[in-house]
Design a protein around this ligand. Structure first.
Ligand code: DMJ
Length: 447
């Protein structure tokens, strides 16, 4: 496993895409066309706003009337990676003309960090335009007051103008998914307080793991007491595990490496659920290890990617078979499934990337074309069921395939980026040079 934590060289993140597209495979061009279509919809109906509502052809802003340009910032590096030069240029112009963080909005620290801070940092590493880093530094500075809690774990929301905080009940994902971005910002600006603050937050969380080595679903950042002791790898916990491993790798941080190793054993021991039909990960009580749920869904599907990246391709492959089963059973994956009877607990599909992401890592790390085939089927399902004349729409139900009026920014940032990379030549992204943040923004060790 330690070899997976090897230093990252400072080679370019992206190779020139057009020179490398295999002539016998049309998938990269099809994904490029899908991104063009989604971007066109955003441009026509939501320009300057956060997201597109494709069915009503209206814009959506996360914070009423105060766009933070989520879709353009989230999309920029995908547009560059796919060689969509004109689209990338117009996204950049829009961002540099209009993006300002001097806003009286109470922003969600986790979401703004992974989408905006991550997007701005990767943009800066791509073209070295210092204006990206100026924006990133401004945002990072405005987010810092969120960490002013008695434990050092951040409040969930911080006002970008006043620094006022709110919501002291948070979760491992929102507390522990900040170090890749704050750490990179620290290295690029030589301001260690960004690194130290985000590292302290995740360390304080880790210190509160149960004697079994597990974390729960909700914790009070003021008192440090657990509010919900349900442990799992899904929403609210997922990327905590991802960032333990990836932060150790990107920053060569031995503390994080130890935290990952001490966490991954308990995760595999207590949360994994070996069934006759295959491997799943469900819910247990973090203190007793008692199984309290058998739910798995679109978000949990990130785990094969992290397991594979950390060197456990065998376990990752077994879990990926379950992920594929979740897709093929319904034609497209549901948000939440009860794997004990394959009943859907929440039948929506939010255009999520995690399954495609795992297919990408497994293909790249094993060379097994089965994973490309899985990704191809996922892409075909997305094209078939979610494409609309104005872009792509989430689904209310994978049973009825009825559409929902939202195109999340992670569709271009992540789902289509991983779909493209699954079929683009391997040298397009060198996984030994690049660590993707949880929103698929590539970060490189240049320090
Ligand atoms: C994205 O914002 C990130 O991948 C996050 O880690 C989880 N949720 C969405 C995608 O599903």
């Amino acid at each position: 496993m330690m070899s997976a934590l090897l230093a990252l060289a400072s080679a370019p993140a992206f190779a020139e895409p057009r020179n490398h597209v295999a002539p016998d495979d049309h998938m990269p061009e099809r994904v490029r066309e899908a991104v063009r279509h989604a971007w066109q919809g955003y441009k026509q109906h939501a320009w300057g706003h956060d997201d597109l509502n494709p069915l009503s052809r209206t814009p959506h802003d996360w914070y009423a009337g105060q766009s933070l340009l989520m879709t353009p910032v989230d999309s920029y590096d995908t547009l560059v990676l796919l060689g969509l030069t004109a689209e990338a240029a117009e996204a950049k112009q829009l961002i540099l003309d209009r993006l300002s963080f001097d806003r009286d909005v109470s922003a969600q620290v986790f979401e703004v960090t992974i989408r905006l801070l991550g997007g701005l940092l990767s943009a800066y590493q791509l073209d070295q335009d210092p204006r990206w880093l100026t924006l990133a530094t401004d945002l990072g500075t405005r987010l810092l007051p969120a960490f002013n809690s008695p434990t050092g774990m951040p409040y969930r929301f911080v006002n970008l103008r006043t620094g006022a905080v709110k919501d002291s009940v948070s979760n491992p994902a929102e507390i522990g998914t900040l170090l890749l971005e704050f750490g990179t910002l620290a290295k690029l600006t030589q301001r260690p307080e960004f690194y130290d603050t985000a590292k302290r937050a995740v360390t304080e969380l880790y210190k509160r793991r149960s004697p079994l080595g597990l974390v729960g679903s909700a914790i009070n950042v003021r008192s440090g007491a657990w509010v919900d002791s349900t442990s799992h790898v899904g929403a609210g916990i997922d990327s905590y595990y991802e960032y333990l491993f990836k932060s150790a790798r990107l920053f060569q941080d031995l503390d994080l490496g130890l935290m990952w190793r001490e966490s991954t054993g308990p995760m595999n021991r207590h949360l994994a659920d070996e069934r006759f039909e295959g491997l799943w990960y469900g819910q247990v009580n973090m203190f007793t290890g008692e199984r309290v749920g058998t739910q798995f869904g679109a978000l949990e599907a990130f785990l094969p990617a992290v397991l594979a990246l950390s060197g456990d391709t065998k376990r990752a492959g077994r879990l990926m078979d379950s992920v594929a089963r979740m897709w093929t059973t319904f034609g497209i994956e549901p948000e939440v499934l009860d794997y004990s009877d394959m009943r859907m607990d929440y039948p929506g599909y939010e255009l999520r990337p995690e399954s495609m992401e795992s297919a990408y890592y497994l293909y790249r790390l094993t060379g097994d074309k089965r994973y490309q085939q899985m990704g191809r089927e996922m892409f075909e399902a997305i094209e078939k069921w979610t494409k609309y004349e104005t872009g792509y729409a989430a689904l209310k139900s994978v049973r009825t395939k009825e559409k929902r009026d939202r195109m999340h920014s992670f569709l271009i940032a992540e789902t289509f980026k991983y779909a493209y990379l699954l079929f683009a030549p391997s040298e397009t992204i060198n996984l030994t040079n690049v660590v993707f943040n949880t929103e698929a923004h590539p970060l490189r060790k240049t320090w």
